[in-house]
Design a protein around this ligand. Structure first.
Ligand code: AMP
Ligand code: MG
Length: 350
């Protein structure tokens, strides 16, 4: 059995694209120059998080935002004793912070909107596959069926800040926590007066400000699922660019590749034909929920979902299938440039 885990490579690719001045643990800043760059990284939520901010007060603002992300990890980690989710999963009931209750409610709503593609109650099934620990195995069909009996967000009770789960149910916010943390961190930077910043949460990107300080658009790489390079580059304004990819965590047993995003209908790795789904929109939380869901849905299901919801949601997407074909929604026609010459790019229209 072999396993691969790539977020560091992804973080590096992105950091090189966004922050040619460098990345790492150091911070630097000076007074009053809008081009002054401050940058610092922290390891949280199982990945490297790098925030780059321009202008005055960047260093202090980044520190507060990264401290908050670390705090949020402390609330939502499924594996740290002491987290609210850990207590809930262990005891079947917990009084949680308002922000945690709100995120769980959001996950319930998104489950309904995605017709079950996003399901935070899959945690026991994910654990059976070993995706939560790295001790990978292929569970037997009847083991999966038995575990699926205990899933279903409609069984989660939310009353004020008290959350209850039925016997045998456990939840995991891993598919949405980074996107929401990005929103919170980005808002903190804005509140601190930062007008231009880029946050890289393990390859998930959120920007503050419509442009870089020099007035040029932000450039964000969409990672190629087939290697360490990019499949394309996006030019964007203030937004979140969030990717779900099978390549981020998988194992191989008897020549079969098992990837970490499960289809809640089967309890097995989603076989939608997609290698990655990238969602671009104004809210990181929504983009994160959607990237996981659209990956499960595949090109046809995702296109249908986009057509049905694009008027109100205003999100765009880049889908890459196992044949290397790239599908972009029409709003990205002028902002997406494929990296490889001769790349096959189709445009999804309304
Ligand atoms: P993301 O990278 O945001 O797509 O999140 C993927 C992670 O969410 C996985 O590593 C699992 O921990 C968890 N997960 C896998 N499949 C699902 C699903 N269908 N719904 C919700 N969470 C999932
Ligand atoms: Mg996600």
């Amino acid at each position: 059995m072999t396993n691969k885990h790539f977020p560091k490579a992804l973080a590096l690719v992105c950091a090189l694209i966004f922050a040619p001045g460098g990345c790492g643990g150091e911070s630097r800043s000076a007074e009053a120059d809008p081009n002054t760059k401050s940058q610092a990284s922290v390891f949280a939520m199982d990945t490297y998080i790098t925030i780059t901010a321009y202008g005055e007060n960047g260093e202090a603002a980044i520190k507060s935002a990264e401290d908050r992300i670390t705090e949020l990890e402390g609330l939502w980690s499924v594996t740290s004793e002491g987290s609210e989710i850990y207590a809930l999963d262990r005891n079947g009931s917990a009084d949680v912070s308002p922000i945690t209750a709100e995120l769980i409610q959001f996950a319930v709503d998104m489950n309904i909107r995605t017709r079950g593609a996003l399901d935070i109650t899959l945690y026991p099934v994910l654990r059976a596959w070993g995706f939560t620990t790295g001790e990978y195995r292929v569970p037997a069909d009847d083991e999966i069926s038995a575990l699926l009996e205990n899933t279903g967000v409609e069984k989660i009770g939310i009353s004020g800040n008290t959350v209850t789960l039925p016997e045998g149910m456990q939840i995991d916010l891993g598919a949405i926590a980074k996107g929401y943390s990005g929103d919170i961190a980005a808002q903190m930077l804005k509140d601190a007066g930062i007008r231009s910043a880029i946050l890289d949460l393990g390859g998930n990107i959120q920007t503050v400000g419509d442009t870089k300080p020099d007035g040029s658009p932000w450039t964000v790489g969409v990672r190629s699922p087939f290697g360490d390079g990019t499949a394309g580059i996006l030019k964007v304004g203030e937004c979140a660019v969030i990717t779900s990819g099978g390549y981020e965590r998988y194992f191989i047993e008897d020549g079969v590749v098992y990837k970490h995003i499960l289809d809640p209908a089967t309890g097995r790795p989603a076989e939608s034909g997609l290698e990655s789904a990238t969602v671009i929109g104004s809210e990181g939380r929504l983009c994160d929920a959607l990237s996981t869901s659209l990956y499960v849905m595949g090109v046809d299901g995702a296109s249908e979902f986009w057509r049905a919801s694009s008027d109100t949601e205003g999100f765009e997407m880049v889908l890459i299938n196992s044949g290397g074909e790239i599908f972009i929604t029409e709003g990205l026609e002028d902002s997406f440039t494929p990296t490889a010459e001769g790349a096959r790019v189709s445009v999804i229209r309304r």
